[in-house]
Design a protein around this ligand. Sequence first.
Ligand SMILES: [Zn+2]
Length: 80
Amino acid sequence: MSVFCTIDDKYVPLYRVLWISAVPHFCGSDECQREGQYEVRLEDGESVWATRRERDDALDAIEVWQNGEYEDDQHESDGQ
Ligand SMILES: [Zn+2]
């Protein structure tokens, strides 16, 4: 399974995500480039900005990853 999700054209390792915003960013600034995007906070104080779709995908991916159940239709060989 992949431990990456794609946010803002970056592969972000799920284990580096601290939190994901539940509401879209709004700060009222005319120059804000992030309005309507969802902040995804990473371990080292960095943030990436996700579209709603990317955020939902990331949440799903983290849930699956945390549960340790990666539903994969292909039950392939035990080997690598
Ligand atoms: Zn802003």
